[in-house]
Design a protein around this ligand. Structure first.
Ligand code: GLC
Length: 614
């Protein structure tokens, strides 16, 4: 197929629908301009990436395999800069990572960066991290090693220092029209009535007063993050162009940041509006035309019923992958309560979704844990929302008597009593406290808890994503409080630098770093070897007659796995009445599974042995 027809034939495949959706939002005359931009970006795309596109088009399930292991990290925290990441790729390979999410690394003003989510220039890498060429080079090296790179695309807003924002501020109408400007609080006041707040304490309100312009500008997140107005076709055109510039550097996965927020409508919550789906669907088609090897990962931090629509439909797909966010939050509820009933229910909900849906499973990420739990289910069982959130926060910040956790509150709102939570996996599981107190038994318990949580993450279908540092049990980093640019934002508690000094200890037999690292790696390998972990496998939970213990079954082909996880700190028995012989894939033990005793935070990955003769 010659190059011209390749682009044209892909365009022809999507043209009707793309144009239709475009014309629903924008005047038709802009469409040919957009088409021109797509073609230019296609022509600029390097041959190696085009070959990758073809290979992935021929194998569209390439990211659905059971050997996928993700890791997310801040470039500077991990290795100083992009060159540093390149130098440490061997470590990532040792971790088994083949999906690498580099947190925002584009130009962003120091002190007003929201961890890089306030982008001042979409075409430039932050100077201290390197250049676009470094990014391309890293992507090329990663591709040779079979590693895909994920990058954020912060499309809801720009930094107030972005050239569009500066020009808007200087009074250029054309650029003002790219944002939401208001002369008085009349309309903003109406928005405030229906539009909830993202950062009620650290950045209250959805608008910011610009004293110099005597105008309000819409700022859903921090006051220095100005919301883009996607009603303006130029915003859409230029942001698509920015997106394709990133994919042309070799970025494989685009994480569409804060996607539910990108369309605003007076009188609504300004979340998940139908136009958001039209835009995401257009982005999907655009990628399939220009760079079909690229995947879209939607960041939708909401309950499952709101997340799933971002996959689109079979005929009209939107995102390839989404975060399994409610499961993540429910996991920490389960640690704090020692009761796995809600987690069982949550897994049943996720397991009832089509198997084509690929979820990213994770324990921790760069953000806080928000308590978006299923309160309709919890309340009749005695867990009222406000006191229960308070309990979770008390437990996980270590205030609750007997708690082992060391977390911190995030955006605590005294008015509503609401708060979210920060901390690394290890600190929330009690490792930091045990280590400080020199309590060997508590340390062992914390290590088991961390291993068990990773075992639980790896038993779910989808892509497991490790938060860099968790694989060696890294603690919270309290130093952010001494930095005035970060002190207000407790998410920096778990955004500390990777501890290369401690990483060395993973080679020391008996260190907790070694126990955690080796256990996680071992489970990843088992996961990759056994077809029962394929996303096409049947997955269902089973009753254990013990609230602390979760039972997850998987079956595929000849293989059947019964995985057990004790979320309680005491020993418990899972009464699962499974007949026959089982082999624990982790320890190698062969055993019956009618009743299985598990130590506190213990787990088993039991594979059914069909032909075993004792
Ligand atoms: C996403 C990011 C978060 C950021 C927000 C605003 O939710 O994960 O860190 O604050 O978007 O861009």
């Amino acid at each position: 197929m010659d190059k011209r027809t390749e682009f044209e034939s892909r365009m022809a495949r999507h043209l009707d629908e793309l144009k239709w959706l475009y014309c629903e939002l924008y005047p038709e005359d802009g469409f040919s301009y957009l088409r021109g931009r797509l073609k230019a970006r296609y022509q600029e795309r390097r041959t190696s990436l085009k070959s990758l596109d073809l290979a992935r088009e021929a194998d569209p399930d390439w990211y659905k395999r059971n050997d996928m292991v993700g890791m997310m990290m801040y470039t500077d925290a991990f290795a100083g800069n992009l060159e540093g990441v390149q130098k440490h790729l061997d470590y990532l390979e040792e971790c088994g990572v083949n999906y690498l999410h580099l947190m925002p690394l584009l130009d962003s003003p120091e002190g007003k960066s929201d961890g890089g989510y306030a982008v001042a220039d979409f075409t430039k890498v932050r100077e201290d991290l390197g250049t676009m060429e470094d990014l391309s080079r890293l992507a090329d090296t990663c591709h040779k090693k079979g590693i895909s790179i994920c990058l954020d695309f912060v499309m809801n807003h720009t930094s107030e220092e972005h050239s569009w924002a500066r020009r808007a501020r200087a009074g250029e109408q054309e650029f003002e029209d790219r944002y939401f400007f208001f002369d008085s609080f009349e309309i903003p006041g109406k928005y405030e009535k229906t539009c909830p707040q993202v950062f009620p304490t650290t950045a209250p309100g959805n608008f910011t007063w610009l004293e110099d312009r005597k105008k309000y500008v819409m700022t859903t997140f921090y006051p220095y993050q100005w919301d883009l107005n996607y009603r303006n076709p130029m915003v859409f055109h230029d942001m698509v162009d920015n997106l394709l510039n990133l994919t042309n550097q070799g970025v494989d996965i685009i994480r569409i940041d804060a996607v539910p927020y990108i369309w605003k409508e007076l009188g609504t919550s300004c979340r998940n509006l139908p136009q958001v789906h039209s835009i995401v669907r257009m982005m999907r088609m655009i990628c399939e035309i220009v760079c079909p090897g690229v995947l879209l990962l939607g960041e939708v931090v909401m309950e499952p019923a709101k997340v799933a629509p971002y996959f689109g439909t079979v005929e009209k797909p939107e995102c390839h992958m989404l975060y399994n966010v409610t499961t993540m939050a429910t996991t920490w509820h389960t640690i704090a309560t020692g009761d796995a009933s809600l987690l069982k229910r949550q897994m049943d909900i996720v397991n009832s979704l089509p198997k084509d849906y690929v979820f990213l499973n994770y324990l921790r990420c760069h953000d806080d844990i928000g308590w978006g739990l299923d309160y309709d289910w919890l309340e009749p069982r005695g867990f009222r929302e406000v006191p229960h959130k308070k309990y979770l926060n008390d437990f996980l910040t270590g205030c609750y008597p007997g708690s082992f956790a060391k977390g911190e509150l995030y955006n605590a709102d005294p008015a509503s009593g609401d708060a979210r939570l920060c901390g690394t996996t290890a600190s929330l599981c009690g490792l930091e406290k045990a280590f400080e107190e020199g309590d060997v038994q508590a340390e062992e318990q914390a290590v088991r808890c961390i291993q068990m949580l990773h075992g639980y993450m790896l038993v779910q279908s989808g892509i497991p994503v490790i938060y860099s540092g968790d694989e060696i049990g890294q603690f919270n980093d309290n130093r952010y409080r001494e930095d005035s640019r970060k002190a207000e934002d407790s998410r920096y508690l778990h955004r500390g630098s990777f501890r290369w000094d401690l990483e060395k200890l993973r080679k020391k037999e008996g260190s907790f770093q070694q126990k955690i690292f080796d256990a996680v790696r071992k489970m990843e390998k088992i996961r990759a070897e056994h077809p029962v972990f394929l996303s096409q496998a049947a997955v269902w939970t089973a009753e254990t007659y013990e609230n602390a213990v979760l039972c997850v079954n998987r079956a595929y082909g000849d293989e059947k796995l019964t995985a057990l996880f004790n979320f309680g700190r005491n020993e418990h028995t899972a009464w699962i009445s499974e007949e026959g012989q089982y082999r624990d894939l982790i320890t190698g033990e062969v055993m019956g599974a009618e009743s299985v005793r598990l130590p506190g935070y213990g787990m088993r990955w039991l594979l059914r042995q069909e032909n075993i003769s004792e």
